[in-house]
Design a protein around this ligand. Structure first.
Ligand SMILES: [Zn+2]
Length: 457
């Protein structure tokens, strides 16, 4: 029997890493993500999974989020020299995300070395050199193409609709088949296609980030329009803390749609995020991973997903100039949870101003400045300095890139046969809740994956 072992994203929503060992002797890692979030989770990155990277045939990467690709440079450092299969768009997104991650870790290690009393790691988990090794190992695969490349096993990547380039992996081994969702996207979104249905599989590895929750029914584009209209009526500026990859492009597209339908007044838009600007360019280069080609729809010079009046600010000096703008502007800047990045400068400047608005467009994790602001704090610390909060604080949570409970069940309901389902990438209540629903609705054998445990399949 083949064996599947869960080295991450089992009981948690981070560190996605699953080892498939087949009867025929193939050893394949599905995703190679980093643990993120609370310190005890991040500490897990320092204990390598108990698998010799030199004996892995390949990694198949579902998409370029750090919790799915972020451990790849460490694996390369530990001696992995095999191919990493993913879509061409994912190779670019993961490259961008990993370069940023290595840079942050190098900085953290330098800071830790200055304060040895804090007991933090003074060596980076990996460096830019390790990321270069990973970039050289990417082997782009087209959506829908069946590849016979991994130790005699065939595989295929189909669109997961989660972020640009994201894929569901279908893997044929021995006489069986496994399907792995990676992260599953949503139905009916403007830029990305719906998650591809899979007709048959013996085993399904299904994410369940929102397995016990539904997304709000409201239209996030209309919500964003309402926030912008109200902010402009106050003659202020809107700051949107946004993840650089994926969310920034969705926000730009939404602004463009609002502009074209005259739903918002004339406004200048600043994308103050070098990583966000690069992510825009990656999206423009990969129409094969989208519902439409932005250059066909918005013209060959389009660089902003159809939004008008957009200025991309690369340098810190250009970024600082935005501080002088008093009204009629939107500033999109990362990070999305305001726990770092250039957006902190904007928050320090805008939070005290009562006619300005800070609009969060994603989930705000515990302990982040975003969560504190949404909690109604009247004063916060930015760069260690107290800052009064007089600005309007808004939150739009309909932009999620993850399928919710109903969408996960819709996708799982497409199978014509009765696969065994293992639930990954979920907190325990979400995993248990989805497993129960899958058993009750479809009569499938479904169970949450357990960290470090193997199952025979
Ligand atoms: Zn993801």
């Amino acid at each position: 029997m083949a064996r599947l072992t869960f080295f991450g994203a089992a009981g948690v929503v981070t560190g996605s890493k699953h080892l498939l060992e087949t009867d025929s002797g193939a050893r394949v890692l599905l995703d190679c993500g980093m643990f993120q979030g609370l310190r005890e989770l991040e500490e897990r990155n320092w204990t390598p999974p108990p698998v010799d990277p030199k004996h892995l045939d390949a990694v198949v990467l579902s998409h370029g989020h750090l919790d799915h690709c972020g451990y790849l440079p460490a694996l390369a450092q530990q001696g992995f020299k095999g191919p990493i299969y993913c879509t061409a768009a994912t190779a670019e997104v993961a490259g961008l995300v990993l370069r940023d991650s290595a840079h942050l870790q190098e900085e953290e290690a330098l800071r830790a070395a200055k304060h040895p009393d804090r007991g933090l790691h003074t060596k980076a988990l990996y460096t830019s050199d390790d990321v270069a090794k990973v970039a050289a190992a990417f082997r782009p695969v087209e959506y829908g193409e069946v590849r016979p490349d991994i130790a005699g096993c065939r595989f295929r990547l189909v669109d997961a609709g989660h972020i640009l380039g994201s894929a569901i992996t279908e893997f044929w081994f021995d006489t069986r088949k496994l399907a792995f969702t990676g992260d599953l996207g949503r139905y009916g979104r403007p830029l990305l296609r719906d998650p591809s249905p899979i007709a048959e599989s013996d085993v399904v590895l299904c994410e369940s980030t929102y397995g016990d929750r539904l997304h709000p029914a409201s239209d996030p584009q209309a919500d964003l329009g309402a926030v912008i209209v109200a902010a402009m009526a106050r003659h202020g500026v809107v700051v949107i803390p946004s993840f650089a990859v994926g969310r920034t492009q969705e926000i730009l597209y939404a602004i463009g749609q609002l502009q074209r339908t005259s739903a918002i007044p004339a406004v200048k838009v600043y994308v103050d995020s070098p990583m966000g600007i690069e992510a825009d360019a990656i999206m423009e280069r990969h129409p094969e991973a989208m519902r439409f080609d932005p250059k066909e729809r918005f013209g060959p010079k389009d660089t902003s997903l159809g939004a008008e009046g957009v200025t991309n600010t690369q340098s810190a000096a250009e970024s600082m100039k935005i501080n002088d703008i008093k009204s009629g502007a939107i500033v999109i800047s990362s990070s999305g949870m305001a726990n770092g990045g250039r957006v902190l400068h904007h928050l320090r400047n805008r939070l005290p101003r009562s006619n300005d608005t800070v609009c969060f467009v994603g989930f705000q994790g515990p302990g982040t400045l975003g969560r504190v602001l949404l909690g109604g704090a009247r004063q916060v610390r930015v760069f260690g300095v107290p800052v009064d909060v007089n600005a309007q604080i808004a939150h739009i949570d309909g932009f999620s890139a993850h399928a919710d409970r109903s969408e996960l069940l819709r996708w799982l309901g497409e199978f014509h046969n009765k696969p065994d389902v293992y639930i990954v990438h979920a907190d325990p209540p979400a995993a248990a809740s989805l497993a129960k629903a899958v058993s009750a609705q479809f009569g499938l054998n479904a169970q949450p994956a357990v960290q470090g445990k193997s199952v025979t399949i």
